[in-house]
Design a protein around this ligand. Structure first.
Ligand SMILES: [Zn+2]
Length: 459
C-alpha cells in the first residue's frame, strides 16, 4: 500500500472514530465557543454558588460521618437537587464508621506546668479515665525511632516530622500509633500535618494494626512539637498528661446523594461529577470538600438554567465518608457498576485559582480535550494535562472509567486549612469558586457531546 493510501485510511479512521476533522482545534473551538461563552457568563453572573456553599457549611457545620449535622446536610442537598429540577434524585444507603471526639486535653507537667493544645486523630482510642502521664521522647522520623528502639517503652512518643509534603507527613498520622506501640510507647503524638505554624491543630484518619497494642494517637501544634524537641535537645525530659474521651461507636446508616440530567442521545451513558459531603469535625469543611459538592451542583444547575441538553447523562453526586472510610465511593461502584459510566469527575483539592483540567484516560481523548484549551483560557489560565482522579471515583476508575478534575494553583495553602478549625467559608474566594464551576461545566459538557464511542466500565 502506498503512503497516500495509508494516510487516507488513517485520516478516515480518525474522523470516523472521533467525529472531528483534521483541523480539530479550530473545529472544537468554533463548535463550542457559543456555548462556552454562555456557561462562563452564567457562572460568573452571581454569587448563588457561594451562597449555597455558605449555607451548607455555616448552617449545618462540620459533617463527620455518623453526625446529625451530616444527616441534615444530606437532606438539604437532596432537596436542592429536587428543587433545581434534576431527575432521579436519590439517597442511596451506605453504612459508615461513627467515631466521636469527646473532651480532650494535654498538660505539660514538667519542667513547668502549661496547657498544650491537642486533638485526637480520627479513629483513635481514648485514654484511661485518669489519662496517660509519661515522659516524652521526641523523634524526627521512623529511622530515628528505630535507632532508639530500647528507649521507647513506657514513654509518650512524639513524631516531630517537619512538613515537606503531605504524602510524607501523613504517614506519621496514619501509621504513627502502631510504629510507637511496637516499641512499647503508651501513647503517640504527631506534629500537626501542615506547613503553616500558626498554633493550628490538624486532624485526619489514623489506623491500628490488630497484632500491635492500640494506644491513643493525637496531634499537637507545630509550635508545641518544636518546644518539646528543644527541651529534649537541652537534656530535659518533658513529662505530660494526655486525656481523651474519643471512641468508635457502631457503624451507622448514611447516604450517597445524586440527581441526573438525563442524556438526550445516550441516556444510558453516565458522567458522574461531585465531591464528598462529609468533613472532619473541626472547621466546617469548606475547602474539603463542601466546595467540590457545591461546585458540581452548580455546574449542573448552569446547564439546566441555560437549557443545554447534554447528549449523555450528567449525574451530580455527593459521595459520603471519604474522610474516614471511603465507603461512599465503594458503595457507588457496587451499586452502579452495571451502568455504563464514561467519565468520573471529582473535585477535592479546595478552591484556588484554577490552572488545569486534569484527565486520566486515553491519549486520543486527552488530545481532543487539549484542542479545547483556548476555550478554558477564557475562564482562567487553564491548561489541559494528565492526572485527574480522587478517592471517591477511584473504585469506578479501576473498572476502566476515565477520571477528570480541575487542578488549581494553591501555593501550598490547601494544607494550611486542611482538616483544621481554619477550613471555613471565609477562605473561599467567590471568583475562584465561580471559575472552577465554569471549568467543570464546560469540561463535562464538551465530554458529554463527543460523537464517538467513549470508553468506560462497560464495552
Ligand atoms: Zn477531601
Amino acid at each position: 500500500m502506498n503512503r497516500f493510501a495509508i494516510i487516507t485510511i488513517l485520516l478516515y479512521l480518525f474522523v470516523f472514530q472521533t467525529g472531528f476533522s483534521q483541523n480539530d482545534s479550530l473545529t472544537i473551538y468554533n463548535k463550542y465557543k457559543p456555548i462556552a461563552d454562555k456557561i462562563i457568563q452564567k457562572a460568573f453572573s452571581d454569587s448563588s454558588a457561594f451562597n449555597k456553599l455558605a449555607y451548607f457549611c455555616d448552617v449545618f457545620g462540620p459533617r463527620l460521618s455518623g453526625s446529625s449535622n451530616l444527616v441534615k446536610a444530606l437532606d438539604w442537598l437532596k432537596t436542592e437537587l429536587q428543587n433545581d429540577g434534576f431527575e432521579n434524585v436519590k439517597a442511596e444507603e451506605v453504612m459508615v464508621p461513627h467515631w466521636v471526639r469527646g473532651r480532650e486535653y494535654c498538660r505539660l507537667l514538667s519542667p513547668r506546668e502549661a496547657n498544650i493544645s491537642l486533638n485526637s486523630l480520627g479513629g483513635s482510642i481514648s485514654t484511661p479515665p485518669e489519662g496517660v502521664t509519661a515522659p516524652v521522647i521526641v523523634v524526627n522520623d521512623v529511622k530515628e525511632l528505630d535507632s532508639l528502639a530500647d528507649k521507647i517503652k513506657g514513654k509518650i512518643l512524639l513524631f516531630n516530622e517537619p512538613f515537606i509534603n503531605y504524602g510524607q507527613a501523613v504517614q506519621y498520622r496514619f501509621y504513627g500509633a502502631k510504629w510507637a506501640a511496637k516499641y512499647g510507647a503508651v501513647a503517640s503524638l504527631i506534629r500537626s500535618v501542615s506547613p503553616l505554624e500558626h498554633q493550628n491543630l490538624h486532624t485526619g484518619v489514623m489506623g491500628y494494626n490488630d497484632s500491635i497494642p492500640k494506644i491513643p494517637h493525637a496531634a499537637i501544634t507545630p509550635e508545641d512539637a518544636s518546644m518539646l524537641q528543644r527541651m529534649q535537645n537541652l537534656g530535659i525530659t518533658p513529662i505530660i498528661n494526655i486525656y481523651s474521651e474519643c471512641k468508635t461507636l457502631p457503624d451507622t446508616m448514611s447516604h450517597n446523594i445524586m440527581g441526573d440530567i438525563t442524556g438526550s442521545v445516550y441516556p444510558n451513558e453516565i458522567i458522574a461529577i461531585g465531591g464528598h459531603t462529609d468533613s472532619w469535625d473541626l472547621g466546617t469543611g469548606a475547602h474539603d470538600d463542601a466546595s467540590g459538592v457545591i461546585a458540581a451542583l452548580q455546574a449542573g444547575r448552569i446547564l439546566l438554567d441555560l437549557g443545554i441538553k447534554p447528549k449523555r447523562t450528567i449525574r451530580i453526586t455527593g459521595w459520603v465518608n471519604e474522610e474516614n472510610g471511603s465507603r461512599g465511593g465503594i458503595a457507588y461502584r457496587d451499586k452502579h457498576k452495571n451502568e455504563k459510566h464514561v467519565l468520573m469527575l471529582e473535585q477535592d483539592s479546595g478552591i484556588f485559582p484554577p490552572e488545569s483540567i486534569r484527565f486520566t484516560g486515553p491519549d486520543s481523548i486527552l488530545k481532543l480535550l487539549k484542542y479545547a484549551e483556548p476555550l478554558f483560557k477564557q475562564i482562567a489560565d487553564i491548561k489541559v494535562d494528565i492526572g485527574g482522579g480522587g478517592v471517591d471515583i477511584g473504585p469506578m476508575m479501576k473498572l476502566g472509567v476515565p477520571g477528570i478534575s480541575v487542578g488549581n494553583e494553591d501555593n501550598g495553602k490547601y494544607f494550611w486549612y486542611h482538616h483544621s478549625n481554619a477550613d471555613t467559608v471565609d477562605k473561599i474566594n467567590p471568583h475562584n469558586f465561580n471559575k472552577t464551576i465554569a471549568a467543570i461545566a464546560l469540561a463535562i459538557y464538551i465530554y458529554s457531546d463527543f460523537n464517538f464511542e467513549l470508553p468506560g466500565n462497560i464495552k
